[in-house]
Design a protein around this ligand. Structure first.
Ligand code: DP6
Length: 324
């Protein structure tokens, strides 16, 4: 009884920011992302009668502490759903470009959901995997699919899952700028909780996010890169504005973050369509078209070392891997 799966990370163009149910991980707003081919996680789950608790090996090291607890809580849900109480050996490896410092909970929980669902004999349909991955980390619900993916917020566990909306095979690229590789001080989980509880801008965010989502779907339908970029950039800025108004206020931006934001504006002045989006961290992702990647890299290389610049293409959905 073992199974392995690979899942790729995704970057939200319309952000998920805020939960209405922390236990089930039901979001306040629907979101939309692009799955990327540059970062992925491979996870193998092997049921072992001899174990008295789950054993987790991440990137070659035994995992303990908070990250291990999150995974064990997730595995307990899998055991509850399957009725099989056996513990598992979980071996997981993150494949991220050297020096980028990205470890993604989206690819991690999507790969774990798929491998655990198969190993424990649960439903492995896309809807079931997306719902299960969501219980580990909200953004993981979207990494079940490739290309552009929409996570419909739903109202309960059964109807909150992601659906693929476009394969994104028409030349869109993301240039990831690794501004800082340190672990962030405020996790997205904590950041969104504080924002929901204290930011007076939060109700406005919810309304704006739904509006932005509708417009983004139109832009994707028309393969309109400039409109996609403009909406994504504005949506990211609105999300980050909610944090500045929280109590106590916080921001994930650093000097390097602002540098990249200014370069995007500068590149646009030069006639190069280039737009930014920023998650709960200082790193910036630039949205552009394949024909402008080299000019963008050239511009940024005056400010950042080349290994901090990673070009990503749209990536595929979750894949089951063959037995070794
Ligand atoms: C800013 O999915 O990491 O990246 O559900 O608490 O695990 P949890 O949060 P997580 O939050 C992602 C927040 C974001 C926006 C997004 O990916 O949509």
């Amino acid at each position: 009884m073992q199974a392995a799966a690979r899942a790729y990370t995704n970057i939200a163009l319309i952000k998920y920011w805020g939960k209405k149910d922390e236990q089930l991980i039901l979001p306040m707003n629907s979101s939309l992302s692009l799955t990327l081919n540059a970062f992925y996680t491979e996870t193998r789950v092997t049921l072992q009668q001899s174990l008295s608790c789950d054993e987790i090996i991440m990137d070659g090291k035994v995992l303990s502490g908070h990250s291990a607890e999150k995974i064990i809580r997730f595995m307990n849900q899998v055991r509850d759903q399957s009725g099989n109480r056996t513990y598992a050996l979980i071996v997981t490896n993150n494949h991220v470009p050297v020096a980028s410092g990205f470890a993604s909970s989206a690819s991690g929980f999507a790969a774990l959901a798929a491998s655990a669902a198969r190993a424990y004999g649960l439903d492995c349909s896309g809807v079931a995997l997306s719902r299960l991955a969501r219980r580990g980390s909200g953004s993981a619900s979207r990494s079940i699919y490739g290309g552009f993916v929409k996570w419909m917020k739903g109202t309960k566990d059964e109807d909150s899952y992601a659906v693929p909306i476009d394969p994104a095979n028409w030349g869109i690229r993301l240039v990831v700028v690794a501004v800082n590789r340190q672990k962030k001080k405020i996790s997205s989980r904590l950041g969104m909780k504080r924002t929901v509880q204290t930011s007076p801008f939060y109700p406005i965010w919810m309304k704006e996010a739904e509006k932005d989502l509708g417009r983004m779907e139109q832009a994707i339908h028309h393969h309109d890169l400039e409109m996609i970029g403009e909406i994504a950039e504005a949506n990211a800025l609105k999300m980050h504005a909610t944090m500045l108004a929280a109590t106590p206020p916080f921001t994930y931006w650093e000097e390097g973050t602002l540098t990249v934001m200014r370069r995007a504006a500068h590149l646009r002045e030069q006639g190069i369509p280039c737009y930014f989006t920023i998650d709960a961290g200082p790193n910036v992702k630039l949205i552009c078209s394949v024909e402008h990647v080299d000019q963008i890299l050239d511009d940024l290389s005056d400010f950042f070392p080349l290994e901090a610049l990673i070009t990503a293409e749209p990536g595929p959905g979750v894949q089951f891997l063959e037995d070794p």
